[in-house]
Design a protein around this ligand. Structure first.
Ligand SMILES: Cc1ncc(C[n+]2csc(CCOP(=O)(O)OP(=O)(O)O)c2C)c(N)n1
Length: 343
């Protein structure tokens, strides 16, 4: 059966609208601290989560909002959690990085690599208590060099656990390009553990859906863990207010805040030799170039999916998007109203 593109687009669009609203609320100062969004990763989340069944589990990282929403976690409870409110999903104690929805078997952690052990635990419980179910671990490419994630992969292979390890590779971890931190070929690494491994364009929701279907069939059938390497972008960079993206989006502001102080440092007397200073500047420029690639519209999964639906049935698409925008507005109103009533 081919993927239902309308359903996948609806899931992605809902997540995008929700996160756009979260971005505004964060800018208004109603969410404190860092905010990592999953804008750009929606196809990976939708392609997999749309195929999960009752009893499957999700182990997420610091970008857990899209999969949590797509799995059906209450959006108002999520937003209230982000706002640190007592009626949030976790009593306002977890924020957006540490979420737990026990009825959905979905948990997230801000500790990079921690989704590996959590997924293995979920899968072990599934193997014993809920045969035929799987657990899915989401993580970024930087997590692939974390010991606990590699230990989890090893254990999952040895115990033939039904885990789908999903690496969402956006080629940069905060300000460290992957070429400076991730050695070798990730497919080969996974295969070396003894896992089946797939590489997929994470902006192509149909491709993710098809790869996930094969991965899920393998894991549910008792074939053991699978590694899915999905390439993606982050439209908002590492987190809201990302300094590297700021240099491109707000050059004047960045000149005063970042570039001018760097130039002063560059021309300062004494200190490192000129060739080292130049090398550092070149390196920073390299980071900016990688960060800029995060905003490439041709790799935005929604922009990729929408044209075909528009051609197929523009009226249906318009109605779908309007309905989701309306629903998102209501979610926001309810979440903010509840906050107002407490103050
Ligand atoms: C164990 C650990 N080390 C460092 C950090 C700080 N940290 C938070 S996010 C992040 C980068 C993660 O990059 P990646 O795994 O590629 O995911 P992305 O943010 O790109 O989605 C780091 C180093 C952390 N949270 N946990």
């Amino acid at each position: 059966m081919p993927p239902d593109m309308w359903n996948l687009y609806a899931m992605m669009f809902k997540s995008r609208c929700f996160e756009e609203a979260v971005r505004q609320i964060w800018k208004d100062g109603q969410i404190s601290g860092e905010m990592h969004l999953g804008m750009g990763e929606e196809a990976i989340a939708a392609g997999i989560v749309s195929q999960l069944i009752e009893g499957d589990a999700l182990a997420l990282e610091h970008r857990g909002t899209p999969p949590m929403l797509m799995r059906g976690v209450d959006p108002v409870a999520l937003l209230r959690e982000f706002m640190g409110q007592p009626d949030g999903l976790c009593g306002g104690m977890g924020g957006h990085m540490h979420l737990f929805a026990p009825e959905k078997l979905a948990a997230s952690s801000g500790i990079v690599g921690a989704s590996g052990p959590a997924a293995v635990g979920f899968a072990l419980a599934g193997q014993m208590l809920r045969p035929g179910t799987v657990s899915v671990a989401f993580f970024g490419e930087s997590a692939t060099s974390q010991g606990m994630l590699m230990e989890s992969m090893n254990l999952a292979v040895v115990w033939k656990l039904p885990v789908i390890f999903v690496c969402k590779d956006n080629a940069i971890g905060i300000t460290t390009p992957a070429y400076m931190a991730v050695g070798g070929d990730l497919l080969a690494r996974a295969q070396a553990f003894g896992m089946k491994a797939f590489e997929v364009d994470g902006a192509d929701v149909a491709a993710v859906w098809l790869a996930s279907e094969a991965a899920l069939r393998h894991a549910r059938g008792g074939g053991g863990p699978v590694f899915l390497w999905a390439h993606c972008i982050h439209l908002e960079g590492h987190f809201l207010g990302d300094g590297l993206l700021d240099m491109l989006r707000r050059p004047l502001y960045s000149f005063r805040k970042r570039i001018w102080p760097m130039m002063k440092g560059f021309f300062r007397r004494g200190g490192a030799p000129w060739n080292e200073r130049l090398a550092s500047l070149r390196q920073i420029l390299g980071y900016v170039v990688v960060a800029q690639a995060q905003t490439a519209r041709q790799n935005d999964p929604l922009a990729r999916t929408r044209p075909a639906l528009m051609t197929e049935n523009p009226t249906r698409l318009g109605e779908l998007e309007n309905a989701i925008r309306h629903e998102t507005g209501q979610i926001m109103a309810t979440s903010l109203q509840a906050r107002g009533s407490e103050i």
